[in-house]
Write a protein that binds this ligand. Structure first.
Ligand code: FDA
Length: 305
């Protein structure tokens, strides 16, 4: 049943007709509880409020695949404006980007040029940029881009997904780059050829990656709502004297708010991933696919509107 609903929402997440309609409607059906607004300026007061609670943020301008060079350049410009706004509003926020939104599927030199523009601005304002990880057909290109940029800039991180068989080797490969890594289970529909299908293997591999990255001495953002992963990180760090400034917890905006605040109270650094923009549909459907319980607030949202 769970697999059925997961596949259903992942299928819906790729429906371009619904995607186009969603852009017209604005965040609906409960999506407004997990999306910070349609523009970055709308999200600023929310970021200030979360910062005042002690939470750090990473913002994500929703939207993945672009089909034209102009769209990709506009996306990069939006990122540059966001970095300036983070700085002028003195927000505690990083920026997460998806390379497909910057032209990864169009031309290598286009995405490179867009990333350089973003990184130059980010360096000027001391803002960290994290490259989100997309589906497995883009993993290699994304890691190559990360490594090339890391040779020029310190303020850049990326993501490793524990469902991929390759991830432990990727950590070894990245180790010499002094990487800033967000470790996640993985959110895309992948085949058994490249990824663990069994959830328990994905969970075990995430623990393995957390352990390896911490012992390598690299900065580790554990991005999971799963108590088992959070507890594992806490006890591993304690037992191995890992300094508290070498790791943080990350959660999505609107998910497990009480746990976010409880971790803060215990003295841990917590970062909230806050998406914004009119392209909320695919993001919303993927969250529903991950956790059918999220359907409950979506259904309530439908009846409230
Ligand atoms: P999972 O879905 O495995 O659930 C395990 C258990 O945790 C559940 O049984 C439940 O007990 C608890 N739980 C989970 N969600 C809960 C909720 N909302 N409320 C209460 N309990 C809950 N993926 C990707 O492919 N590329 C990326 O770049 C990113 N980036 C990213 C950033 C951040 C900050 C986060 C938190 C996540 C991502 N992800 C991602 C998504 C990630 O790969 C993964 O799909 C989701 O986090 C779901 O996995 P979890 O480990 O959170 O719990």
């Amino acid at each position: 049943m769970e697999a059925l609903s997961k596949n259903f929402f992942l299928y819906l997440s790729n429906n371009s007709v619904l995607d186009r309609l969603a852009k017209k409607w604005g965040p609906k059906f409960g999506a407004d509880k997990i999306v910070g607004g349609e523009t970055f300026e709308q999200a600023v007061p929310l970021i200030q409020q979360l910062n005042n609670q002690g939470l750090h943020i990473t913002v994500d301008h929703l939207g993945e695949f672009v089909s034209s060079e102009e769209e990709a350049r506009n996306r990069a410009k939006e990122c540059v404006d966001t970095i300036r706004s983070i700085s002028s509003n003195q927000l505690q926020s990083q920026v997460s980007v998806k390379l497909t939104s910057l032209g990864l599927d169009i031309r290598h030199d286009l995405v490179w040029e867009n990333m350089i523009n973003i990184m130059e601005e980010a360096k000027k304002h001391n803002v960290v940029i994290t490259i989100d990880m997309e589906d497995s057909t883009r993993t290699q290109k994304t890691l190559e881009m990360y490594k090339a940029l890391k040779e020029k800039y310190d303020n850049i991180g990326t993501v490793i997904q524990s469902y991929l068989y390759r991830s432990s080797e990727d950590l070894d490969d990245l180790n010499s780059y002094d990487p800033y890594l967000r470790l996640v289970k993985g959110a895309y529909k992948e085949s058994g050829k490249v990824a663990f299908v069994e959830k328990s293997y994905v969970d075990d591999n995430l623990k393995h990656l957390i352990k390896k990255n911490l012992l390598n001495g690299n900065y580790t953002a554990v991005a999971s709502h799963d108590d088992a992963m959070i507890e594992y990180t806490k006890s591993f760090a304690k037992e191995n004297n890992i300094p508290s400034d070498q790791f943080e917890f990350q959660m999505l905006y609107g998910m497990r708010n009480d746990t976010q605040l409880a971790l803060l109270k215990e003295g841990y650094k917590v970062r909230v991933y806050l998406p914004y923009g009119d392209d909320w549909y695919g993001y919303f459907m993927r969250r529903l696919a991950e956790r059918p319980a999220n359907v409950a607030f979506a259904v309530k949202g439908i009846f409230k509107k």
